[in-house]
Ligand binder design. Structure first.
Ligand code: AGP
Length: 609
């Protein structure tokens, strides 16, 4: 992952770089650094282990200043998080370089460079790139030529930005497989992994394409494509105000985002509030595409994948349309047998997830009727590269654990179910029922948020535990998976989800009085079967935590705690129950004292495969 920012200006840029890093911290936060060229044409460098705030402290103590610079916030791939492995990496005291991505052939390149006398200070894959660039510059090439020769030998994914004291007002950059955008200023230019990092200085952007190499200085901006040909890339103005996301009265972004769900769900569904607007929410041409759709292939990662798994139940049961769901990292490397008329649906909060993006790009010509992305971030790579787009209205999600993005994805997928279902014989009565349920959804979520204290009191039992099981049947199995993912992600308790019927085929061996079991048991048609499964667990001594419809007929008893959930329409229960599970994870993590918004080893946007 990692976030990069660079600037070439006539004013001092260290604060611009730091502000950019703060805005990119969602991409990684295990170490950070920046390098600037000062007035004497010397490189000035700060690198710190830890979050961007550590770099800020170092900068306050001993400022590094300059008008040209590169900066980086890291999510470690090669080499542990440390000051030494933090970027920028330096070569010959003249070149400094930052990198987002993975250089796959770094070992061979390292051997070659060692033979040529280069010395390595870090355990990263990136350091080979800075030495390669130095070698080309030392041979007399200009910045663009040197980066072109360097990029030619790299295998893997990268967004790179570099400065050279011999070219003190220039930054050279390259993009292959990782995002990079140019921010166009007046008498100054910038680069970043995400336009968001630069909204403080400009609203005009050039989104670079794969293989592009770019040179910026205060006065110039040159882009060459993968063949070395000069190209003009379109300039995009983004006028919408930058969302300033404050914590307000909340202790964590995750909690704030959980509480924002009623509004986010309403805003997402409101996009279709007018008559005949349902298809339009998916983009121009959606109606014509949907008329031809015979099946759906959903591809996503993590929480977004769980949204896809929920949607499969809706699409098959309510819309009568075949649906396959697969994690992107598997889908992209599998030899596939396509079915005519299939719509490719990618789901992604960030719109930048590397595997999901690669799956979209790998889709063979003619393999799908069209591609549709359900994303939360406008102008993201998946949004730019998909034919149809549904933008969820979750607003910016800062917490690494996805909450409101997931539930708004589910609203979008239920809207897709309606759009496809009414073409396949879904009765007007059913359509009205689903629409009414979606309208009432924010209210049921609000009623669930009110259960916060009751849910908090359940969390005590999880604190001394190392493991937890989550059970669900049917559509609640993916909801149990999402509940388990949230718990493991922020509390570091090992949690696994199973379809309740699978228990006796192995996992029951794990169950004893040290294993809390969470059951998502809303009281649907599988309730009686689920009750039998829960008895199997209880008789092995496990403590049960059952999230059940208050009318489902469950009562608390020794070692069985019931959390009575609002009685609401069946179709929206997966969304409503998710909110309760989010709160459970939040309270467990809070009590364990973990970093709720920035859990260890993770990043918000996963832009490496
Ligand atoms: C969820 O809590 C995770 N942090 C993670 O699984 C995330 O959903 C996944 O990385 C996919 O991200 P995306 O939705 O931005 O594509």
């Amino acid at each position: 992952m990692c976030g990069i920012v660079a600037a070439a200006a006539r004013r001092e840029v260290s604060e611009i770089l730091l502000e950019g890093l703060r805005r990119l911290e969602y991409r990684g936060y295990d170490s950070a650094g920046m390098a600037l060229i000062d007035n004497e044409r010397n490189l000035q460098l700060h690198k710190q282990q830890g979050k961007v705030s550590e770099l800020e402290k170092a900068q306050r103590l001993q400022p590094v200043l300059g008008c040209t610079g590169v900066a980086h916030t890291r999510w470690a791939t090669h080499g542990e998080p440390s000051g030494v492995n933090a970027h920028p990496h330096i070569s010959g005291q003249r070149v400094a370089l930052v990198h987002n991505g993975i250089i796959e052939n770094h070992e061979a390149l390292r051997r070659e460079l060692l033979d040529q006398g280069y010395e390595f200070a870090s355990g990263t894959d990136t350091e080979v790139v800075v030495h390669l660039l130095h070698r080309e510059l030392a041979a007399g090439k200009n910045m663009l030529q040197a980066m072109q020769s360097t990029a030619r030998v790299l295998e893997g994914a990268y967004a790179l930005a570099a400065i050279d004291t011999e070219h003190p007002d220039q930054v050279v950059a390259a993009r292959q497989g990782s995002p990079l955008v140019v921010g166009v200023g007046i008498g100054e230019n910038f680069l970043a992994s995400d336009q968001l990092a630069l909204r403080q200085v400009t609203d005009r952007f050039i989104f670079l394409e794969e293989g592009d190499i770019v040179l910026i200085s205060p006065a110039e901006l040159q882009v060459v494509d993968r063949h070395g040909e000069p190209v003009e890339r379109p300039l995009t103005s983004i006028s919408a105000a930058v969302e300033v996301v404050e914590l307000g009265a909340y202790d964590h972004y995750m909690l704030k985002e959980i509480h924002e769900q009623p509004q986010a769900l309403a805003a997402t569904f409101a996009q279709a509030s007018g008559p005949g607007q349902l298809d339009e929410c998916f983009g121009a041409g959606a109606a014509e595409v949907f008329d031809r759709v015979q099946g759906v292939q959903i591809v996503a990662c993590g929480t977004s994948y769980h949204a896809g798994m929920v949607a499969r139940y809706w699409l098959e049961e309510l819309a009568g349309i075949a649906c396959e769901v697969e994690v992107a990292s598997e889908f992209r490397y599998r030899r596939r047998v396509g079915h005519a008329g299939t719509l490719l649906v990618t789901i992604s909060q960030s719109g930048e997830t590397a595997d999901t993006l690669a799956a979209l790009r790998d889709a063979r010509q003619g393999e799908f009727v069209a591609s549709l992305v359900i994303a939360n971030v406008d102008n993201s790579s998946l949004v730019r590269e998909s034919e149809l787009v549904f933008l969820t209205q979750a607003g910016m999600e800062i917490g690494v654990a996805s909450t409101k993005a997931f539930t708004t994805q589910l609203v979008a997928l239920l809207m897709l179910t309606l759009a496809l279902g009414r073409r396949r014989g879904m009765t007007p009565q059913k359509q009205r029922e689903i629409t009414a349920a979606l309208q009432a959804l924010p209210d049921y979520v609000q009623q669930t948020l009110v259960l916060d204290t009751a849910i908090e009191s359940l969390s005590d039992a999880f604190i001394p535990r190392h493991h937890a099981l989550f059970l669900g049947r049917g559509i609640y199995y993916p909801i149990a998976m999402e509940g388990a993912l949230k718990l493991k992600e922020i509390s570091y308790i090992h949690a696994e989800a199973y379809p309740a019927g699978e228990l006796k085929h192995g996992p029951l061996a794990l169950v004893d009085n040290d294993m809390p079991v969470v059951a998502v048991a809303p009281g649907d048609e599988l309730l009686e079967k689920l009750k039998s499964n829960l008895e199997e667990v209880r008789s092995r001594g496990a403590e049960l935590f059952v999230f059940a419809d208050r009318q489902a007929g469950f009562a608390s008893e020794p070692r069985v705690q019931i959390l009575p959930m609002p009685h609401c329409p069946e179709v929206i229960k997966p969304i409503v129950y998710t909110v309760a599970l989010q709160l459970l994870s939040y309270h467990v993590a809070l009590q364990k004292g973990t970093d709720v918004d920035k859990p260890r080893n993770l990043a918000k946007s996963v832009t490496v495969e």
